[in-house]
Design a protein around this ligand. Structure first.
Ligand SMILES: C[S@@+](CC[C@H](N)C(=O)[O-])C[C@H]1O[C@@H](n2cnc3c(N)ncnc32)[C@H](O)[C@@H]1O
Length: 278
């Protein structure tokens, strides 16, 4: 469960501003596995409203979809009712550090935009992340692939135009965000044999909604990015005031374009791909 985002509320509006980006990277990583893609079982860890499961369901044999939040999981289940009945997807309301799946039972694990919700921090050495990676290692078959989609602390600062309005929230989310090097080190310690990291520069988490510059004024739009839950009420009032002022003076679009420049070289997300040895 996220310690800061109210996913019960967010589940109602999440799909308005989010899409399943990076499907090509996930498929490429899975194709490196032992079995042909169409025979693989995939775990969607922290599946949310099922955007990624829906995008991949026709490519694989079966998906195990796990999420701790009943609201998010319920949305995924509604979306994929027919496929659930056909036995092509199963839903589990549980934490990803203790999965209801046998050892060596899945061919691939994907975890999209979930790690920063784990109750963890650098001071304690990110033990929750280690637990989760160990659990993924346990349920993966030898030769299986782990695909992690996360924002690096640097990408949080450079990859989102509106983050310039909420610097305190950036700091707060950065403290909850494990560095890419640390991910790589933990994966190695857990036993994964190799890893690579890839930044798809054209991937935008909120897709077209990201460029809706007056979206900040809409609570549903803000719900599409959990960082807004870390903005204190007093600061939110200031941000809304500043945004309205920029809008009234006709400068809001220029503000967005100016602060969006660094995203083009930093990207918003990084995919880490690792494998389990035979
Ligand atoms: C930003 S959403 C990502 C949803 C989906 N993976 C996507 O990319 O569209 C984060 C999701 O992780 C889930 N989550 C957070 N911590 C979790 C945990 N420890 N175990 C299982 N699910 C968790 C939340 O409930 C939420 O649905």
């Amino acid at each position: 469960m996220s310690t800061y985002e109210n996913y019960h509320r967010t589940s109602q509006v999440y799909d308005k501003t989010r899409t399943a980006g990076g499907i090509d990277i996930i498929l490429k990583a899975m194709e490196e596995g032992i079995l042909p893609l169409s025979e693989q079982v995939l775990l969607d860890a922290g599946c949310g409203t099922g955007l990624y499961s829906a995008a991949l369901l026709n490519e694989v044999r079966r998906i195990e979809a796990v999420d701790l939040n009943a609201g998010m999981l319920g949305m995924a289940q509604d979306k994929l009712q027919a496929e659930e009945k056909q036995g092509r997807i199963s839903f589990h309301q549980t934490a990803i550090n203790s999965l209801p799946l046998p050892d060596k039972s899945v061919d691939a694990v994907m975890i999209n935009q979930v790690l920063h919700h784990l109750p963890d921090d650098a001071d304690s050495g990110w033990p929750e992340h280690k637990k989760v990676f160990n659990e993924f290692f346990r349920i993966l078959k030898p030769g299986g692939r782990l695909i992690i989609n996360s924002c690096s602390p640097e990408q949080l600062e450079l990859g989102f135009w509106f983050y310039h309005l909420i610097p305190d929230a950036i700091k707060a989310v950065q403290e909850k965000t494990i560095a890419l090097e640390e991910i790589a080190e933990q994966l190695h310690e857990v036993g994964f044999f190799s890893h690579r990291q890839e930044v798809p520069l054209d991937l935008i988490l909120q897709d077209e909604a990201y460029f809706q510059h007056d979206g900040i004024l809409d609570p549903d739009w803000r719900s599409g990015d959990s960082i807004w839950s870390l903005v204190e009420d007093k600061n939110l009032t200031d941000v809304l005031y500043k945004t309205q002022h920029l809008q009234k003076s006709g400068n809001l679009k220029d503000y967005m374009l100016k602060h969006d420049q660094l995203r083009k070289t930093s990207g918003q997300v990084t995919f880490t791909v690792a494998g389990k040895q035979f």
